[in-house]
Design a protein around this ligand. Structure first.
Ligand SMILES: Cc1ncc(COP(=O)(O)O)c(C=O)c1O
Length: 411
């Protein structure tokens, strides 16, 4: 099992006091805190190896390129991809999904086609498809979510047809923490000849994810939610699918040759190998190095341990919160069907009021729509408060949180 007290030693920020109280960070679904190992890796990169990658023959450029390539390889191993050719570094989940929409969708989706997403999507898996549908004219369909926040698989099956060209779903909901049965959806989608894009922003940081086992075509996730720095994320794609796609952005790094024909006065361009074909311009090398350190850290902790730890903390909250008469937990109450994300409300108080009250006691939680307004509308909620856990959170912190929640009720 994981020892959160030992882990906490690696996170300098957790030593802070906020409003004269020890910091309790319950907002890791928004962004995680960073361990010393990641901070040091970034510092060391700039102090010793900084140069542009794949550009020069000098020693520093060679070192930076090697580190950057190693980062791709580490990420590939982490999610059991076939190799770095299937790992594209992007800014985050949002950019990864936009990459699929514009590099794959723009060319492949026709007026008669359908894109199937779910009602529990983060806006970043809705807006790119709605925007693109205005250009290409296809229909975006929304798969239903049950009242308890779980996916309605029967409705899902009915919604998929030969018209469906891509199915998009979150592996884990960022509002309820519900873990979706991705394998089941992939089977339905592939039987209809559709691709599957999984938003792994809330799963890759919190549970073991194996892209081969799930047989998904695309997986998008963000480094900053998994102990890594901001500005770096990943799009995994099956090699065959990526090879058939045209690039997203054009510029340096993503080309093999740009030759000028003096007769036609046009340039003829050929693409670089994967994954560079999708990484135009100078990349976020240092972000890649930080992400590699984060992945190594999580591997050392063990993803099964991360999942088990969060399940224990979630179960603990569910149990203790029963003592609070005015607190309502939204979504499933069973900790085993979800990751460490719990949305809730306090009768008579808005979610921002609850969050501000908790902040007064040094407890950081999220409030609002969490970029998932359709799901809140489904739950008939104006907004919700949300706690989310990670490797550094403890039972003691949960005790403290529930004690302060009781104060909130009195307030
Ligand atoms: C499920 C889910 N998808 C996508 C995103 C967007 O991630 P990013 O802002 O890192 O691109 C988030 C962020 O909260 C998320 O939780």
């Amino acid at each position: 099992m994981l020892d959160p007290y030992k882990i906490r030693e690696d996170f300098p920020i957790l030593k802070r006091k906020i409003n004269n109280h020890p910091l309790i960070y319950f907002d890791s679904a928004a962004t995680s805190q960073k361990p010393r190992q990641v901070i040091e890796a970034i510092k060391e990169f700039y102090e010793k190896h900084n140069a542009n990658v794949h550009r020069a023959v000098h020693t520093l450029s060679q070192e930076a390129s090697e580190l950057y390539e190693n980062a791709h390889e580490e990420v590939a191993k982490f999610i059991n991809a076939n190799g770095m050719e299937e790992i594209i570094f992007v800014r985050g989940t949002t950019e990864a999904i936009n990459l699929v929409a514009y590099a794959w969708g723009l060319r492949n989706l026709k007026r008669e086609d359908e894109v199937l997403v779910t009602l529990m999507e983060h806006h970043s898996n809705i807006v790119p498809w709605e925007n693109l549908s205005k250009i290409n004219g296809f229909q975006v369909k929304y798969a239903e979510v049950k009242d308890d926040g779980t996916l309605n698989y029967e409705a899902f099956e009915n919604a998929i047809s030969d018209k469906t060209k891509i199915v998009c779903l979150p592996h884990v909901s960022n509002v309820t923490g519900v873990i979706n049965d991705v394998k089941r959806v992939v089977k339905m989608a592939h039987e209809c000849g559709s691709l599957v894009l999984v938003d792994g922003a809330q799963s890759v940081p919190h549970l073991p994810v194996d892209v081969k086992d799930l047989d998904i075509d695309f997986l998008a996730f963000s480094g900053h939610k998994m102990l890594g720095p901001t500005g770096i994320g990943v799009l995994y794609g099956k090699r065959r699918v990526l090879e058939e796609m045209e690039p997203f952005h054009g510029g340096g790094e993503m080309i093999r040759e740009v030759t000028f024909d003096t007769i036609t006065r046009r340039c003829s361009i050929s693409w670089n190998d994967l994954p560079w074909k999708f990484e135009a311009g100078t990349p976020n090398t240092c972000g890649g190095v930080g992400l590699m350190a984060a992945v190594k850290y999580l591997k050392d902790v063990g993803m099964e341990n991360v999942k088990a730890h969060e399940e224990t903390l979630t179960g603990y909250v569910m149990h203790l919160v029963q003592e609070c008469k005015k607190v309502r937990i939204h979504g499933p109450k069973d900790a085993s069907v979800k990751c460490g994300i719990i949305p809730f409300g306090v009768d008579g108080l808005g979610s921002h009021d609850v969050a501000l009250f908790l902040d007064g006691y040094g407890i950081m939680i999220r409030s609002g729509f969490h970029c998932a307004q359709p799901l809140h509308e489904k739950f008939k909620l104006k907004s919700s408060a949300r706690v989310s856990f990670y490797v550094y959170n403890t039972r003691e912190e949960i005790h403290r949180f529930v004690d302060v929640l009781k104060e909130t009720e009195r307030f």
